[in-house]
Design a protein around this ligand. Sequence first.
Ligand SMILES: Cc1cc2nc3c(=O)[nH]c(=O)nc-3n(C[C@H](O)[C@H](O)[C@H](O)COP(=O)(O)OP(=O)(O)OC[C@H]3O[C@@H](n4cnc5c(N)ncnc54)[C@H](O)[C@@H]3O)c2cc1C
Length: 324
Amino acid sequence: MTDIQTKLLVLGAGPAGYTAAIYAARAALEPVLIEGLQPGGQLTITTDVENWPGDTSVLGPDLMVRMADQARHVGVELIADIATAVDLSRRPFAVTLDSGTRYLADTLVIATGAQARWLGLPSETRFRGFGVSACATCDGFFFRGRTVAVVGGGNTAVEEALFLTNFAAKVYLIHRRDTLRADRTNQSRLAANPKIEMIWNAEVIMVAGTDMPLGVTGVDVADTTTGATRHLALDGLFVAIGHVPATALFANALKMDDEGYILTAPDSTATSMPGVFAAGDVRDKIFRQAVTAAGMGCMAALEAERFLAHDGLAEPVNALHAHG
Ligand SMILES: Cc1cc2nc3c(=O)[nH]c(=O)nc-3n(C[C@H](O)[C@H](O)[C@H](O)COP(=O)(O)OP(=O)(O)OC[C@H]3O[C@@H](n4cnc5c(N)ncnc54)[C@H](O)[C@@H]3O)c2cc1C
């Protein structure tokens, strides 16, 4: 097994990881970044991004290639490998990769992100980024005057449905039960909104669409009580059934909330382990945006730099709270 020492190791090649690495490189920390299975992160599976400041419209994969290029340009070492085990019980922190290489890092930035939960239908996969989305904030704007549906029954689903009424002419909320898990306030707002129609006891079984151009034309839903199917004509489908943060590796090493998001100190990316910082969707279940992830990446690098400047003698973080 090869051991490699580094002052700062970044796990994750999304907006949070690249930004942390770029800042750390410019602070002469010679960071190493482990890319994981999805170099570029979640934006590599979308098409147009219209809310990244400085770009009127940019393709998600292109934006991420540019971030990687900038990281290389400032001297970040990008490693195509996956972290498979960590030992955070003592410094330097040990991170073992799939290849068997082991990094010994004075500080660690965790930016392993999250993945949206999908319905798991082949037809859904086919139209992802072409009418099927997991982010109303990101894609709602594309459905001005159109008809869309949201799938889910929790607060996120209801908030996405409400948000989409700012653009869409009609919003269906499809839920597989006859009651919502969303809180009372959200339910009242939902009931008061004339653009939203509930489809109770229903499960999406197929997303229908066209090939040229690739786009959604509707969904087939099955009644969960009778099995009867019906077709809903739609221009877009928003899947809002939750996200899974990529934190399994850190399960016994860091404090997390009950959904597995890493907890950080107030106004900080510091985790429960001094010298370990968490940035982006891995610790944020509220905003989930490229720009907020990048902002947290910047914070993590600056905090790691400060931590190293104090030779690791920074105050341990006691006052943890959940960001969301
Ligand atoms: C379809 C879609 C469209 C979106 N559109 C927009 C949009 O228009 N605008 C917007 O602002 N946001 C958008 N988002 C949200 C945005 O993509 C995320 O908020 C953002 O990517 C989060 O960045 P991140 O760096 O925290 O993590 P991610 O982008 O999730 O990246 C995580 C990184 O961690 C790596 N990783 C995971 N596990 C390991 C491991 N064990 N070892 C090493 N590396 C690992 C992965 O390979 C990946 O590189 C969209 C998301 C989706 C899914």
